[in-house]
Design a protein. Structure first.
Length: 316
């Protein structure tokens, strides 16, 4: 008796887009400079303050968020989990003035730094110490330590904002070391997440492993861009401004690679997501919000138009 084969939907049509670098450049820029925005990424309001005892998060005796993982119930070092939680607590402190939120942000930032490593250039890396199968695909298994532009970007935002809030030099020093990681060069055998793609776009890859093809995850790239924005504004740093410019330009030029007309957008701007039909609705809604923020950061209404288009495509 032959086993039944379940229906598999055909791949979505993938649109390859191209960036246009200036002569001699490896990636396209547009002249974007950071503009002030009404609400920074991760900002909380009185309605969205994250309670210290929020039941969605497990906290250890020192106040550090515990990230459970497959087969590791006691938790793993998870850079994005720590950075996001600390950012939420820091922004909750800014809303409420309750010092307990700031203290919670600090202990989680300290845990993030305790799990970091530095390379010979002094760059700080927040490596993931466990194997991860992207999309639960055995062909896309990443061996530890693996690195992520999303983790580096969110850590950068956290460290910059802690320095702004406390004035403590240790946070600025850690932010400088984290920004140095944005220069990581694969060709020199260094840890890296920055990719000047063959089509002339500069991507900050969320999932990096030399044995798997780049996926160009959209929301992860944008979180790296947000970190660059925070750093460029805080330290008036021209290299950070250039990378912010390039990262924003990549999203503008790659829009058709992740948009699916009339449906939820693709999780990534590489053909892998079109082939697997990987387009979770929660990520779609998150990218819409990110594009609206990016419109303010760049002062370019094109990103607001893109957000409107995506919302019209899928808004459930």
């Amino acid at each position: 008796m032959t086993a039944a084969i379940g229906y598999q939907a055909p791949p979505l049509h993938f649109v390859e887009t191209t960036c246009s670098p200036s002569p001699g450049a490896t990636y396209e820029t547009s002249g974007y400079v950071p503009h002030p925005v009404d609400a920074l990424p991760y900002a909380r309001t009185a309605r969205t303050v994250l309670a210290l005892d929020d039941p969605r998060h497990t906290i250890d005796d020192s106040g550090v968020r515990v990230q459970p993982w497959e087969g590791q119930p006691d938790g793993v070092f998870h850079p994005v989990g720590l950075a996001m939680y600390a950012l939420d607590q820091l922004e909750s402190y800014r809303v409420t003035g309750d010092r307990a939120h700031l203290d919670r942000a600090v202990v989680n930032a300290e845990a993030l730094l305790a799990g970091a490593s530095a390379d010979e250039s002094g760059a700080m890396w927040f490596g993931y110490p466990f194997e991860h199968r992207l999309h639960r695909d055995d062909a896309l298994a990443m061996s530890p330590p693996w690195f992520s532009g999303m983790a580096q970007g969110q850590a950068l935002s956290l460290l910059v904002r802690l320095h702004e809030e406390t004035g403590e030099a240790r946070w600025a020093q850690a932010a400088h070391a984290t920004f140095t990681s944005f220069a990581g060069d694969q060709t020199r055998g260094e840890p890296h997440f920055r990719l000047a793609a063959a089509n002339g776009c500069l991507w900050f890859e969320e999932y990096v492993d030399d044995d798997i093809p780049p996926t160009h995850v959209v929301n992860g790239h944008l979180y790296a861009v947000f970190g660059l924005y925070d750093y460029a504004v805080a330290f008036t740093d021209p290299p950070a401004v250039e990378l912010f410019d390039a990262g924003a330009t990549t999203i503008r030029e790659s829009f058709d690679s992740f948009r699916v007309p009339g449906r939820s957008s693709l999780y990534c701007a590489a053909d892998y997501c079109a082939h697997t039909r990987w387009k979770p609705p929660n990520y779609h809604r998150g990218v819409v919000a990110q594009l609206e923020i990016l419109a303010g950061m760049t002062d370019d209404p094109e990103f607001a138009r893109m957000a409107t288009v995506l919302r019209a495509d899928f808004d459930e």
